[in-house]
Design a protein. Structure first.
Length: 224
């Protein structure tokens, strides 16, 4: 009976050693790498790229140079007239004669803003800016806003306007505006003595454009 008890104890000890939880592996060996094919993850096994026989030639840069040329040739607009109120005597004379006169104007990015003086010859009045972006093939009338002037004379009123210019205007198109004043059934105009108020096109980066144009000609090989 004693021998059976000893055998049982030995068996229990061995079984405890056999079923003892394993410790984490402390080996520094890397995990075995696996190869996973793209098609098993829904991706294509092949990729097709078409090479042109001209792809390695230097003249392939022509498209890039042309694109840079277009980017550099972005044109901007600027006022092609002096500030009317800069010559105050002339400004007052025009206001008395026409009952309306552009007072000031500024152009920032694509926003044209300005103020207009009109004679206070009636309570009900309206002021508009008539502008064209295509050499008067069409035009738009924009209502002006009355400004409550604290320091203005009683015989004049001030109106303000804001024009958001189109993002692109062809350089051959003339951009002009004039202003209109309606009161007591009468209509008065300020068209800058018949010349209108003109916004002219200018090259934004003229020097850079000329340099890129020369480079483009050299790449194409057509310059004499």
């Amino acid at each position: 009976g004693r021998n059976d008890s000893m055998l049982c104890n030995c068996s229990n000890a061995r079984s405890q050693q056999l079923y003892k939880p394993l410790r984490p592996c402390l080996s520094h060996h890397h995990r075995k790498k696996r190869v996973v094919f793209a098609d098993t993850r829904g991706m294509s096994l092949t990729a097709i790229h078409v090479f042109s026989k001209f792809e390695d030639e230097p003249y392939q840069n022509k498209s890039t140079a042309t694109m840079d040329l277009k980017i550099s040739s972005v044109r901007s607009l600027t006022l092609d007239f002096k500030q009317p109120s800069a010559d105050y005597l002339d400004f007052r004379n025009r206001l008395i004669q026409n009952s309306i006169c552009l007072e000031s104007c500024s152009l920032q990015e694509r926003s044209l803003t300005g103020t207009i003086k009109v004679r206070n010859i009636g309570f009900e009045k309206s002021v508009q800016v008539r502008v064209t972006y295509d050499s008067w093939a069409s035009f738009t009338d924009v209502d002006c806003t009355f400004m409550n002037n604290v320091y203005s004379c009683q015989d004049t009123d001030t109106f303000a306007f804001v024009l958001e210019l189109p993002s692109y205007i062809p350089p051959q198109n003339r951009v002009e505006f004039c202003i209109c004043f309606k009161v007591q059934g009468q209509t008065y105009w300020d068209n800058n003595d018949g010349k209108n108020y003109v916004l002219k096109h200018i090259d934004k980066q003229k020097g850079r454009l000329e340099g890129k144009l020369q480079t483009l000609c050299e790449n194409i090989g057509k310059c004499s």
